[in-house]
Design a protein around this ligand. Structure first.
Ligand code: RUQ
Ligand code: CUA
Length: 663
């Protein structure tokens, strides 16, 4: 409305309106712009109308632009942490500008950050190796921010890798990955990473069933040998690391577990995991059997897994678990009998599993169902306490009656998936097939009050602090799988499309499109910017783990130490030289360069590479790196700084000489 008036007025020309329209707080400046406009007495207001005409912009476009434009020198209000999908890394985006601020190297080497090219980050990437395989990619699905009392605290980010069953910990003090844990039990995961309300645990649930510990078993033994599993990774907040020793797991039936969420407030202590393919179809298309997708869609109901994790923790710590592949696992016979693991039906091929901000309900979508189903956490707790079940599944797990466990169902549309929440009791569900965001009230379970078309095939959705105990409202982002006619064509592989939606007005408003050229985002989270307090510089000598490195180098103490065929180079970097700048070793030597940046000024980054040795590290101010490699190629190799750090950046260089062995 404001803009409608504004644009109308703009044509009539008033300085004040111009000032508003150009986002300029200084009226005097705006008036000057008018005078310098060169269009006689038309003024900038008329120019705005002309500009709109020339660029074919509607009033709604102008309003959207004004709502999302962040002028130079001003900051965004929120951060989005988006999963980079198959890129294996995290995208950090500012809202409302939808500008990409950073890509955090996590599972995949990323050379700008020197992530995975010879420095200490290699050791972190190696923590994620599985068996003999150095895995260097990921199918990242669900970033989850650390929480305190169910609210984002801005300290850590956890992410999962669906393809190789791993979880990583990113420290938001420096936006760097600090740890990776490889799942010892499952070969794929999906229901993770989800944190409990005080980040006691990071939950990682398997996706495709397989024998625990990844043993071999023929598909004919699916029911007997194949299993799902949920790992509860214990997070040590003091250390900022997952403590593998204190972590444990729950054996699950071989249904395909999908998404998960932890209870909060009223439902704290509980976790919910949905599943599909309770038919346990395994395909066999060449043998004339139905393909998995149709075999998996026979039953009307799959199962929501309702987990009392506080009780499970007690049982595990009381010695009731069995050790499999080095992990304590509570088996189904114990967890079924003790009320730790209970099932309840959920409509066919569910997806999305989202606990409401008050912790009272769990919302589940359905890929092949038109409803969202709203489960009542308190009712389910009561049914479990009173052991009121309608039967057992094929693994002896108790099943609650669907009708008694739910609070209601809402007819949403075709293919409801994920749900997020605002501060007014509204839920926003991504509706894949219909390509809409459906807004509905999770208080009265009526039909959607509004649907907004998005472009196209929205998979995931996020809202400002939308899965905490106190969502902010304001923004929703539709994460769309397809973007056919939205961006300049770039060949047959299209970008994904993030669409920012304003939800503070009466109606939802589409505000901006952002192409995501960096693979398919799944889950993402949006956090208020002032909750994140990153370092500006490191304390000189800090390594990739965030510790004062024992081999950090002081200025003036640079040296080369030889011990047999082991050569240690203690090197420093400061504008605009490396000391030493000549290093000569013998072919076959094992070389370690301990390299400290002595810089203490903000944004004074250097890079360091030795040509042809696949070595590249990033030296943010104060950073220390340890680079170990074998000097196996005799020759003369320039080493140089890869970041344009000063006027003498090109001179920030030296030689690494490898003297050939006598033959
Ligand atoms: S979440 S299949 Cu809906 Cu991992 Cu993307
Ligand atoms: Cu240091 Cu360029």
């Amino acid at each position: 409305m404001r803009v409608r008036t504004l644009v109308a007025l703009a044509v009539v020309t008033t300085g004040a309106v111009t000032a508003l329209a150009v986002g300029c707080e200084n009226k005097h400046e705006a008036n000057q712009q008018q005078q310098g406009g060169g269009s006689g007495n038309l003024g900038a207001s008329a120019s705005l109308a002309e500009l709109m005409k020339a660029r074919n912009l509607s009033e709604a476009d102008v309003e959207a632009a004004l709502k999302t434009y962040v002028p130079t020198g001003k900051m965004d209000e929120y951060y989005i942490f988006a999963s980079g999908g198959q890129s294996g890394n995290v995208d950090v985006i500012g809202v409302p500008s939808m500008r990409l601020l950073k890509v955090i190297g996590v599972f995949t080497p990323e050379s700008w950050q020197g992530w995975g090219f010879g420095g200490d980050s290699d050791k972190i990437l190696d923590q994620g190796n599985q068996g003999p395989h150095k895995i260097r990619w990921a199918d990242m699905h669900h970033p989850n921010l650390s929480e305190t009392k169910g609210d984002y605290d801005g300290e850590y980010l956890f992410v999962n890798d669906k393809a190789n069953a791993r979880v990583a910990v990113v420290d938001l003090k420096d936006f760097q990955t600090k740890q990776m844990v490889a799942n010892p039990l499952a070969a794929s995961d999906h229901g993770g990473a989800f944190v409990t309300p005080n980040t006691e645990y990071v939950i990682e649930t398997s996706q495709y069933p397989a024998p625990l510990g990844r043993e071999y078993a023929p598909l004919g033994q699916f029911k007997e040998k194949y299993r799902g599993v949920a790992i509860f990774w214990k997070f040590d907040r003091q250390k900022g690391r997952i403590d593998k020793e204190k972590s444990w797991a729950l054996e699950l039936p071989p249904y395909t577990q999908d998404l998960a969420d932890a209870g909060k407030l009223d439902s704290d202590g509980w976790a919910y995991i949905n599943s599909f393919n309770s038919e346990m179809a395994v395909g066999g298309t060449l043998e004339g059997k139905p393909p998995i997708e149709s075999g998996a869609s026979q039953n009307d109901m799959d199962y929501l897994h309702v987990i009392n994790w506080k009780k499970a923790e007690e049982l595990v710590n009381g010695g009731k678990a069995k050790t499999i592949a080095g992990m304590r696992v509570l088996t189904m016979d114990v967890s079924g009998a003790e009320g730790v693991l209970t099932l309840v039906g959920e409509p066919k091929s569910p997806h999305g599993c989202d606990v409401t901000p008050d912790g009272k309900h769990v919302v589940v979508g359905g890929k092949l169902d038109t409803h969202t189903t709203i489960y009542d956490a308190a009712k389910m707790k009561q049914l479990i306490e009173q052991k009121k079940f309608e039967g057992k599944d094929g693994f002896g797990l108790p099943i609650m009656a669907f009708k008694e466990a739910i609070a209601g169902q809402v007819e949403i549309g075709l293919g409801p998936l994920h749900t997020v929440f605002d501060d007014k009791g509204n839920a926003y569900t991504s509706v894949f097939i219909e390509s809409v965001v459906a807004k509905w009230s999770y208080k009265d379970y009526k039909k959607p009050v509004e649907k907004l078309k998005v472009q196209y095939n929205i998979g995931h959705i996020l809202a400002a602090e939308g899965d905490t105990v106190s969502p902010d409202g304001k923004y929703v982002v539709a994460m769309n799988k397809m973007s056919m006619d939205r961006f300049l064509p770039v060949g047959p592989l299209y970008p994904q499309n993030f669409q920012l939606v304003g939800i503070d007005g009466e109606k939802m408003r589409l505000l901006a499109d952002m192409p995501l050229p960096n693979a398919e985002p799944h889950y993402s989270q949006m956090i208020k910017a002032d909750k994140i307090k990153p370092l500006k510089v490191y304390k000189v000598g800090t390594n990739a783990l965030g510790e004062a490195d024992p081999t950090r180098v002081e200025g003036g103490k640079e040296r080369v130490v030889r011990n047999g065929n082991k050569v240690e180079v203690f090197m420093t970097a400061i504008r605009s030289h490396f000391t030493p700048d000549q290093v000569e070793v013998e072919e076959g030597d094992e070389v370690t360069i301990h390299l400290t940046s002595l810089e203490t000024a903000e944004d004074q980054t250097h890079g360091f590479t030795i040509d042809m040795y696949n070595i590249n590290v990033s030296l943010e101010p104060g950073k220390h790196e340890n680079i170990t490699f074998k000097a196996d190629m005799p020759g003369t190799y320039p080493m140089y700084c890869t970041e344009f750090c000063s006027a003498l950046h090109l001179e920030m260089t030296g030689y690494f000489l490898v003297k050939p062995k006598k033959r």
